[in-house]
Design a protein around this ligand. Structure first.
Ligand SMILES: [Fe+2]
Ligand SMILES: [Fe+2]
Length: 313
């Protein structure tokens, strides 16, 4: 993948520095022009810890100037999210309360629109946006593994084993998605649609990377995972229905039907054996777990609102 197009003066400076390898120009650089500028710069900086870019040397992954900019953007982003986050619910039976918290959340339903009335073009746009995350599905959770106590580590790896195809590369969820994209006449190349990704897609991706890469946010990362898995099964069924209605190839539908069943199991694992078990071992993780879960629902709502508005729904 090549570096994305800049969306303002900070991302321009960061991307020029990354491509040239001369990061001295970042010393004392001004803040971002706006959220788009900040989020694309942050996305590119996080990407150095994922697959990187063809036009940026791997040497820059731990470049101090880039890390200073990343840290600043992360802090601003986290503060913004924490400023919007509600209080965590009172402590009680964790799994029961957590599932009730998810069930009680009432956001705009993009997947209902995709199921019943989206046009083919809208569905293609949705698949392109989702490709930014889904082609590296679950990787951010892998970053939490070395930071966890033994029992939680085992449960996260059990879940990840499934996400990564249970030993069969052709069953890797990211691979299923790539196959679906290719069969649908879309690019299956990682990052192909980054320049088309709206701000809300960048936020979704950046929040996952931020939680995964910071040990102090390990609870938030797992809370995000819990909410993500617990809100996947029914929406996946709706998306699969929409894809069928619009005549998309079975390879694309299969990615979503796979998640109808898989995530009804994953949600139990993530909520009970991962989040609940972590709180039992370390009650101080409670607030962070709820913060992560809220962040998952919040960024998803923001994306849904954006697209429904753009599509005039
Ligand atoms: Fe998956
Ligand atoms: Fe899953």
């Amino acid at each position: 993948m090549e570096t994305p197009t800049a969306r303002g003066s900070l991302s321009e400076t960061v991307l020029v520095a990354m491509r040239s390898g001369d990061t001295s120009q970042l010393v004392g650089v001004d803040g971002a022009d706006d959220s788009d500028d900040a989020q694309i710069a942050l996305w590119a900086l996080f990407e150095l810890h994922h697959g990187g870019f063809d036009d940026v040397t791997d040497e820059l992954e731990w470049d101090p100037q880039l890390l200073i900019v990343r840290r600043r953007l992360e802090q601003e982003f986290e503060q913004e999210l924490r400023g919007r986050a509600p209080e965590s619910p009172e402590r009680g039976d964790f799994a029961e309360d957590f599932f009730a918290y998810i069930a009680g959340h009432d956001g705009p339903s993009l997947t209902l629109h995709l199921e019943r009335s989206a046009t083919r073009e809208q569905m293609r746009q949705f698949l392109q946006h989702k490709s930014i995350y889904t082609l590296k599905e679950s990787d951010h959770t892998t970053w939490t593994i070395p930071r966890l106590p033994h029992s939680i580590k085992a449960a996260v790896v059990e879940l990840q084993y499934d996400e990564y195809g249970a030993g069969d590369p052709s069953r890797l969820h990211a691979h299923l998605y790539a196959r679906g994209l290719a069969a649908s006449g879309l690019s299956a190349e990682y990052g192909a649609y980054i320049d088309q990704a709206p701000l809300e897609v960048l936020e979704q991706n950046n929040v996952m990377s931020m939680f995964g890469l910071n040990r102090r946010l390990v609870g938030a990362s797992l809370g995000f995972l819990g909410a993500f898995e617990a809100t996947s099964s029914a929406p996946s069924r709706r998306i699969a229905g929409g894809l069928e209605r619009l005549g998309f190839p079975t390879e694309m539908t299969e990615y979503y039907t796979e998640h109808v069943e898989a995530d009804s199991i994953h949600e139990q694992l993530a909520v009970r054996n991962i989040c609940g078990a972590l709180i039992d071992l370390d009650p101080s993780q409670y607030e962070n777990i709820y913060f992560g879960a809220w962040a998952c629902l919040h960024v998803d709502d923001r994306y849904a609102e954006r697209m429904l508005k753009e599509w005039g729904v």
